[in-house]
Design a protein around this ligand. Structure first.
Ligand code: SF4
Length: 250
């Protein structure tokens, strides 16, 4: 294939990706807030673990590490057991790894996480005087801490503006057409560009809750979704009698 032909093909591929949609974020977040926090069924929806359970930046940080590749319910049980025994960086730093391992046992990769959270607690004690640092750079210097964990700690532990992107946020942002990204890291960067900073804090908890309830990974419930008119995927949804196929958009 000649270089000219290859470049034409690449151009055609690039052109097939539609431009990102401009999303009215304030309206979208307010609609989701009303649905999940004011509606009659507000207490019945599933809700993000961290928003409801975190009592300190330390618990947010360690709870987020435990939650990686683990179901919310499992994180919930393991965190409750761990923090009942070791509620502070000092106590966790001094705990035997074998005991930590037993306490967190249901979570994914528990042997690695047991060593990792103890190392993280030791770092907090030795380098930060037993306090969780409130900056992205310092958080990323801790063992087991990547961007999602650091961002969750900033938002849920300190109430600072950040956009933690997990699989729910990544999936929904792409379904909305707000971003065209392949990885959560790209999504984080893109969302920080398009969402005004004063709206960042509620983005993760509301989109995660939406992903747990209506905008599920498989079979999103677009017919029940109050932000359908804003959403690119939702704009293709048709009531059952008017569908060409019986499948919901994916
Ligand atoms: S309309 Fe469908 S795809 Fe869009 S946010 Fe709602 S549930 Fe998700």
């Amino acid at each position: 294939v000649s270089p000219r032909r290859a470049s034409q093909k690449a151009g055609a591929r690039r052109r097939r990706v539609p431009p990102v949609r401009s999303i009215p974020w304030e309206e979208l977040l307010e609609t989701l807030r009303k649905l999940y926090h004011e509606g009659e069924a507000a207490g019945d929806w599933r809700s993000p673990y961290l928003r409801d359970h975190a009592e300190s930046p330390f618990q947010v940080l360690i709870g987020t590490i435990l939650s990686q590749r683990t179901r919310d319910e499992t994180t919930d049980v393991a965190s409750a057991r761990l923090f009942a025994a070791y509620p502070t960086p000092e106590t966790l730093a001094a705990a035997p790894v074998s005991t930590i391992t037993k306490l967190i046992r249901p979570v994914g990769f528990y042997p690695t996480k047991a060593k990792g959270i103890q190392a993280c607690a030791r770092d907090l004690v030795e380098r930060f005087g037993g306090k969780v640092p409130a900056s992205m750079e310092e958080l990323l210097s801790l063992p087991m801490v990547g961007r999602k964990t650091a961002n969750c700690t900033l938002v849920f532990g300190f109430g600072l503006p950040a956009v933690p992107v997990d699989t729910h946020v990544h999936r929904i942002a792409n379904r909305l057409g707000a971003v065209r990204t392949r990885t959560p890291e790209e999504t984080e960067e893109a969302l920080m560009r398009v969402i005004p900073m004063d709206l960042w804090i509620p983005v993760n908890p509301l989109l995660v809750q939406h992903g747990q309830n209506l905008c599920r990974p498989i079979g999103p419930k677009c017919g029940e979704c109050p932000i359908r008119a804003i959403c690119e995927t939702g704009s293709r949804w048709r009531p059952p009698g008017q569908r060409r196929s019986s499948k919901e958009p994916s």
